[in-house]
Structure formats: structure tokens, C-alpha cells
Design a protein around this ligand. Sequence first.
Ligand code: REL
Length: 964
Amino acid sequence: MRISKTLRLKGIYLVYMILLLSGGSVVSVYTVNAQASYITTKKTAKNFVLAFSGKTAPVYVSDSDYPGVIRAVRNLQVDIKNVSGANVTLLDDKAPSAKEIVIIGTIGKSILIDKLISTQKLNVAAIAGKWETFLIQVVEKPMKGVDQALVIAGSDKRGTIFGIYDLSKQIGVSPWHWWADVPPRRSSSLYVLPGRYIQGEPPVKYRGIFLNDEEPALGRWAVEKYGGFNHVFYEKVFELILRMKGNYLWPAMWWASFNSDDPLNPILADEYGIVMGTTHHEPMMRAHAEWRKSGTGPWNYEKNEAVLQQFWKEGIQRMASRESIISLGMRGDGDMAMSDDTNIALLEKIVKDQRAIIQSVTGKEPTATPQLWALYKEVQDYYDKGMRVPDDVTLLLCDDNWGNIRKLPKPGDKPRAGGYGIYYHFDYVGGPRNYKWLNTNQIERTWEQMNLAYQYGANQIWIVNVGDIKPMEFPIEFFLDYAWNPKLWNQDNLDAYVYLWAERQFGSEHAAAIASILTDYTRYNARRKPELLSPETYSIIHYREAERVVEEYNKLLKEAERIDEAMPAEYKDAFYQLVLHPVKASAVLNELYVTVAKNRWYATQGRAGTNGLAERAKILYQQDSVLSHYYNKEMASGKWNHMMDQTHIGYTGWQQPEKNVMPTVKTITLPVAASLGVAIDGSDSWWPQERKQAVLPVFDALHQQFYYIDIFNRGQTFFDFKIQATAPYITLSTKGGRVNNEQRVWILVNWKNVPPGKHQVPITITGAKSSITVMAIIDNIKPKITQPKTFVESNGYISIEAEHYARAIPSQRVQWKTIPNLGRTLSAVTTFPVTEKSEPITSSSPRLEYGVYLADSGSVNLKVYLSPTLNFHNTTGLRFGVSFDDETPQIINLHEDKSLKAWEQWVSDNVIVKVSRHSLQRQGYHTLKFWRIDPGVVLQKIVIETKETKPSYLGPPESYYLKK
Ligand code: REL
């Protein structure tokens, strides 16, 4: 993220604004969101004065309005005070006593608002009768004795509440002000620009979060701070959700029961304006914990129908008329599948009986009460086998627990009254491994998947499993913001989202740098969840992969620490939890595993550095716990104690280890006498143990690589070494020195002085009374590359980042677009519109073309790296084509392998790699074509291998290509 980009993006919003203005007189607040707030700290004659010089406009809210609205107004009162330093007077609907006042209320519930409407001072036609929408307007001479009023009018209870919290956010109070200690953006002057601000109805009706997997962090924290998941805890959660314009919650349920633990929980949820539900395997508003505690007989409808019916009936009775969405159906006991012979007829009967209960308890048609049926895990199979529920029940489609949506409605599907929704995950307990510790979610992937949901019409409910809330702050807000207005955010402005989010938390001075950190750390973390990392993840042999990963993290850490230094003291806690901690914790963990990998490798070589690495690993392991300790005990004076209790090192299966366990390291005993050892870049051998000649990877004039030789000691006594190359154009980072443990020597080539042709240059290392020669191959046969964006082979491969195509060939209806930052290395490319139908390949089909230059003719392996998108339309699988030049495209099916093992690999690696074999008749230029067949295929990277595969996690780094 660079500021210039953001400014450019702000330009895009300007375009939005112009379009909207030309369509009518309403200024969309979205333009304001990104362009500038409707709040300003600069006075002009027309501005409404919200706060100035220790004074604020009084706020009027009718006593008759919803208690939830009045509560939000009180919060606004505190927010204005926190920002401006001035007290705000809160008044009911008595005759206004000031020249400038704020009037807040719900149409039909507020005497003040209704009066403004009836006296035609306020036109609410654009919002009246709508779902959760509001109008913010400065009204001139609204009533006798008042010059100006800032009016917030809501179409309904939450409409008004969202209007209030919109103002809070705009004046500089982050939704995370309590949950992440974000200080208010202080300003003694606050003015509202004249205008009329309407955001429209949210296209996603229910937008919520699920507090789950709540041990050890959230649960212990809630017990310590509040004595459990009671109403004092939940009030904080309700407010947080509303401040982000969400409206829906699945409560914590591992051991808690929202409704029975504290009777005030549901009462306050309703008062605040939160729609309550229960998770997918807790039907009829009853917590599983309640069944565990007081259920009699088996959780089996065939065997225990009457008892279960009574249990469910009590759930609906308790719910009363409070806004809720009732989960229907039944799964096995706990979060388990029912028995194998579960039959669809039985499940359909269960749903029918549950609806009969709803009808008899509410006294209304079952269609009058919102319900959902979650197609979670095995339940989706019942649906696929033909099980159906009544049309008014929302089908809650699910992801695979790993952020990849499993099913979406098809464009031609008959519309359902209850519509479709999505249950998504930012955190998960289950196979192939839990991921709970840090935020590993790229908002770009969330956007890409939820955009599919939005475009295919799964918009009734969006709910995301957020684990312990912390440390998922950033993706949570993105999820809810995107649900609030999916039209606003797209692949071209996601970076502006990150920038604006950073700016809201930390102000503009460091926003661009912070946005860049957030973007990078989520990309790095999404490569592989920390829980799945091991010493084997990244290659310590090829492409310096492991070292580069550690370098990337440490560079990021340095930058985060630099900003931390510059942060005013009051921002430090927020910065730690939202930025510095995830970066530092990830950097330390990655370095730990790489250090352990090197330690084990060194031990096999008898390297003197082995024990030092073991020590270093121990220090890193300790640092990990120091970071958690700081987060828990010191940050914000221990406010978040237990939030970093999650174990994350020492997994042996999918379930978390009881305690963190230090990976085993090796220590060795060295002989006294010095002894020379040599290891080289790109090789898992070492010399003198290996008999074959040591040969470095090829240096070529286009890539201009540099490689290392590690000279190491295998004894306790140091030795002096010399290193010499026989060609003058080879530069060595040192000519010699003393080796206690090891010394890395970098080999560079001064290309200006290399004679044409291919050369073998021996590099000789002498020390400890022996000598080893390493061969450097210097390839100065430069192919004449004339066509821009042509990638050139080197060392037996070409590696290409998807966005670096030479040509993106669209069709009339389909375009290729890059989603920046998506994927593991740079970005990803996919086709839009995502709802455009599948089409077989013809010569004019949409395709990406890549220019490649291969040294030889012959067979090649083509490896295509794709985001692990699922077969969401349950077809034969998502397909694409690949071909070189004019060969007939090979059709590749992403989902050919339907095994659990394959899926586990995709989600663990966060990528699907598809391999095809191609035979090329000639050397030189070729055009590699990536053809579209189905929508939803997201391309990240392509590797062409002409020789053997060198195993690595991310694949080789990108090859040289002619930029222009
Ligand atoms: O992620 C999920 O949806 C499930 O694992 C949970 O809903 C489930 O309730 C689990 O936490 C325990 O029962």
C-alpha cells in the first residue's frame, strides 16, 4: 500500500459520487466514506457545529423511542465527549433550548422526528418503511427558535442505531475503541457538512458473528473479568456488533448457554437490537450445553421424540417475541453427524415437527418467524440427496470451515422466500488442524468468496465464526462492512479498505505504512496456518525459501517496530494487539521452525553451529511465550488476560496440544580438531561427505543470480580459510577469514566482464588442512528477448506470477481482473462477472497468454497454482484449459480428486496445484495459454519445469521477464 495508490483510489470514489449525483439529489455517504467524512474539523459558514471550544450541541431523543436507540444515543454522548472533551447535554422531547441541536429518532417512534416529517422539514420518503436504513441531514430552521438541527432519522430501530454509530465512527470513535483499546481521534471542533446522507438498505439482511471455540481464550477471559458469558460480557459484544452495523449473533456455546446462564442475556440482546440465533447443531434456540446438563434420554429423535419435542418447545417459549432466527433440523449429539443410516424422511419429519412447535407456541404461521437450516458438513449431503425444507426457511450454505464456500445457489434456481445465507469461518476447531491462534485471514479471499455469495444471491444471512473475537478484529470488521454494502468494495479498492481501516484506528500519519503491514502479514500468514507450520514446511535447501520467509517477516517486524516507536503512548496498546503482536508472533514462530530445521540439518553434518541453533531455537520458543505473556498480563494493564492462552506449538494431530511443546532440537559433541565442511545453495549434500562435484545452480546473464557457499567447521577449534575463484569476473563477498562455526560467502558475477558463452569456474575453498572445489556455471548466452513480458527459463524452470501475463484476452461478456494480495505470493487473477456461465473452449475463448522462452525442446511439466475454491455448483468440478501455442488445450479439473486427503492438502497449503505434461517441438519462444471454462477459478502462479522438481512450499520465485 502506498499513499499514491490510495489517492488514486479516492479518485475512483469521486467517480462514484458523480454517478450518484447525476442520478438524483442524494449524495451517497459511500463517497464520503472514502473521500472525506461528512464530519470536518474546519469551520465554514454553512457547517453545523457539533462541538466547538468546549461546547457541544445538545442531543434530543424522544423518551418514546426504542430503549436500544436511547442507549446508543447515550453512547454517542460519551463518544462526543471523548473526542471533543466537552460534555453533551441529553434531552428528551421538551421544547428545544439551543440554536443548534441534534435530533435523533426512529420514524413512528420519535415525537421529534415525526413532527419534523409532518411539518415537512424532513423528507424521509427515501427511507421510510425500509430495513435498517437511516438519513443524516442538517436541517435549517427545523422549528421555532432553532437555526439548525443535525437530524439522524432511522427507518426502524437498528436504522437509527446505525445512524448514531455512523456518526460516532465519523467523529473518530472506532468500533474497536473498547475491544482493542483504540483511542478516540481527539478534536475540540467537530462540524457536519451540509447535505443529506443516506446509505440505503443493506443488501445482506442479517449480518453477524459467532463466538466459538472459546476455550482457552475468550472463555477464561470472560470468567475472569465477568464471571462467565453473562449480560455484562454480552453488552460489550452487542455494542461492538452494532457499531459495525451488524445485527446478528450466535453466542458462545462450548459450555455456555446464552439463554439460561443469565436471563438478562436474551432480554438485553433484544433491547440492544441484536437478532439472536444458535449454532447449526443447536436447534430451536436451545444450547447444546442445556441438553448436556438437563436433557433426559438419548439425543435421538427416533428413540426420544417426546422429550426432544418438549425441550425444543421450551426453547421457543423462552424466545417469546424477541427477534431471533431459529436453527432447524438436527445433527448428532454435539457437533457430530447423525448415524450413518440417518434418513432424509426422518429429518424432514423433524423439521416439520419443529415448525409445528413454532406455530403452536407463537400462535402464528411458521412463516412469520425467521428460521434457517444450515447445510453444514454432512447436512449438505442430505440436501444433495434431495432433502428439502419449506420455502420460507433460509438455507444457510457453508464454507468448508477453511473459508472456501461449498455451495451456492445457481443462477437459474427458483427463488426461495427464505433465501440463502452463508456461514463462514475465520477460526476453526477440526481437521486437518485447528486454527485459532492468530489472524490468518486475507480480506482479499474473504472478499473473493463472499463476492461469489453476493453475486449468486446468498444474501439473507452472513455469519462468520470469529473464535474469540480477538485477534480477528480486522477481518471481522471487513466482513461486516462488506455485508453492509457489497456494492462498495471490489478487487480494485480493497487496498483502500485496508488503508481506511488503519487510518480509523491509528490516524493518517502512519496509515499507509500500517496498511502495508496488515496486507503483508495476512498474506504471509495465509500461506500456512501457524498451527500447521513445522520445520519441514519451507525448504531450507531450494531457493533460500525458508530464509526468505524469515527475512520477509523480520523486515515487516522491523517496520512495525519502527512505527511502534513513533506511536504516541496512548496508541501503543491498540497498535500492539492489532499490528505488532501478530507480526512479531508470526515472525518468531516462523523463525523458530526454520531454526529447528536448520539445527537438525546441521546435526547431520556435524556442523559446529548445530548447538548454537538449538540455543537460538530455545530462545525463540521462549520469546513466543513472552509475547503471549505481554499480551495477557501487561498490555492494557492485563485487560486481555487469557486472550493469548491458545496453544499453538506441538500439534501432533488435528487437535491442539495441551501445552506448547518445544520442537526437538539436536545437540552434538564436536571433535577438538578443526575440520572443513562446505554446503552450497540449492543442494542438500555437503562436502567432503558427498563425492560428486559440488555445483552451484547456474548463474545467467538475465537473472543475474547470486548464490552462497557455506563454509563450516566440524570441530571445536577454529580454522582460517581462503576462497578463490579462477575467473576475474566472479566476485566473492570475502576472500577468506576465520571460521569458528561457519561463514557464508556470496558469489556474484560481474556480467560486464564475462566473455560470451558458457563457462565453468572452479571456486576453491581451503582451510583446516583440506580443500574443496565448488563449480560455478556462468551462462552468458543471452537469448535475445524482444517481446515484452516474456519469461526466460533458468535452472530448469520458469516461474510466473499470474498477474504478469502478456495479454489478457476477454470475451464480450467476460473480463480478467487481478485481485491484489490474494494468494500466497503476489496476487491472483480471475474472471468477472463471476456469474457468467461456463463455456467450452473455442479459439476466441477468454484466456491469459504468457510469453515464455525455453532453452530446449522436449517435455515440460506445467504446474498451475490456484486458490482452493470449491466446486460450489456441484458440477463435475471447476475447469480451466492450458495449452502451449496452437496445441489443443488440455482441460484440467480442479476437483478431479474428491478424496478427503486431497482437500486436506488444499486447505493446509491454501492452494491447489494442478500438473499437466506438454511436449514442445522447438526451443525458444512459446505462448502459454490459460483458458477460462468455469467462473470462480482463481489463478495465483504458474511454473514450467523442464528438469526435475526441486521441492519447496511456495514454488520457485518468479523468473526474469522483460518488463516492457
Ligand atoms: O465451526 C463450527 O461450526 C463447529 O465446529 C462449531 O459450530 C461447533 O459448535 C463446535 O464449536 C463445538 O461443538
